[in-house]
Design a protein around this ligand. Structure first.
Ligand SMILES: Cc1cc2nc3c(=O)[nH]c(=O)nc-3n(C[C@H](O)[C@H](O)[C@H](O)COP(=O)(O)O)c2cc1C
Length: 292
């Protein structure tokens, strides 16, 4: 297979479609406030949920989100890519509300993208309303069915142009109607969220963001003919037992895999054992030989 390599750290003129790196990401408002209490809302896609743990071991639930915001002016043609007001606000007041954007709020998201004067609320211009959040002083957005209240716990400068914010979720409010709708557990999918694809001029006269959506009629499930039968990850032991019960490995192979695993655990530099274990696991899990 022919591959083309783009040497990002070795070629200052490198040109390629950066959307091979930046995938379609769900869009959300990040609402913040300045020192006068002025509300600001920044639409964001450079971020995601990075940790999700329900309460356990006597700890509260732990959920984290990240997002990064531009920190420096960048002059592109017809576009002064200014430091985000949201970024400046978060340097002084480390609370934010993350609100996912459904297709019905696309226009409002684009209005919030406009280079409005600092202190003017994009929500007011777009005609969106707020209500008090419960655990932080930055308000939530009424028209958004999901509002996630966050405290910024860490910020990391990413090179010359972006600041990554790590946000700890301290509360979430969800429209009751949405909770009732969420019979399949897909959560945010029920608001028909939009995903940023790229920026181009193909479908309109001006340079515009393009968005995609998840086709909820096309849900993929990997099937039951491989993997642990109990849980989606399961334990190694259960994985081996599951493949044995399916008849994909014999009792002898099962025992041999276990022996090899023990040896390899104590010496991960043993190439002969590694090769044999890999071969048996590949056959047991995929039914394929190492050369296939
Ligand atoms: C869907 C969407 C996603 C965006 N994602 C980001 C992002 O992840 N980071 C960023 O700095 N700007 C992003 N932008 C651009 C900013 O939202 C835009 O520059 C905005 O004017 C900044 O607002 P502020 O200065 O009020 O914070 C995005 C815009 C849109 C519409």
């Amino acid at each position: 297979m022919k591959k083309e390599f783009f040497n990002i750290e070795g070629d200052k003129e490198v040109k390629f479609n950066y959307r091979f790196i930046q995938p379609p990401q769900i869009a959300y408002f990040v609402t913040t406030k300045d020192e006068f209490g002025n509300i600001n809302s920044t639409p964001i896609t450079l971020g995601t949920c990075n940790a999700a743990t329900f309460p356990k071991d006597g700890n509260f639930g732990e959920f984290y989100l990240t997002f990064s915001m531009g920190i420096k002016s960048q002059n592109d043609i017809g576009n002064k890519n200014h430091p985000r007001d949201g970024y400046i606000n978060l340097l002084n007041h480390s609370e934010a509300v993350v609100s996912y954007i459904g297709e019905d709020l696309l226009q409002e998201a684009i209005i919030a993208n406009m280079p409005l004067p600092r202190g003017i609320s994009e929500l007011d211009i777009a005609g969106l309303n707020t209500y008090p959040s419960r655990n932080i002083s930055v308000p939530s957005i009424k028209e958004c069915p999901i509002n996630i209240e966050c405290k910024i716990i860490e910020k990391i400068k990413l090179g010359n142009y972006y600041m990554l914010f790590i946000a700890k979720v301290v509360g979430i409010s969800v429209d009751k109607e949405l909770i009732e709708k969420d019979k399949d557990g897909y959560g945010v999918l029920h608001i028909n969220p939009v995903f940023e694809l790229n920026i181009n001029q193909k479908k309109s006269k001006n340079n515009r963001l393009h968005f995609g959506m998840i086709n909820s009629k096309k849900i993929l499930v990997p099937g039951d003919n491989f993997g642990s039968t109990i849980d989606w990850v399961g334990t190694y032991d259960n994985l081996l037992r599951s493949e044995f019960n399916r008849g994909k490995i014999s009792k002898e192979e099962f025992n041999h895999i276990k022996e090899l695993t023990e040896i390899f655990k104590n010496d991960r530099s043993n190439k002969t054992v590694k090769d044999e274990l890999t071969k048996l696991l590949k056959k047991g899990i995929t039914g394929r030989n190492p050369t296939e």
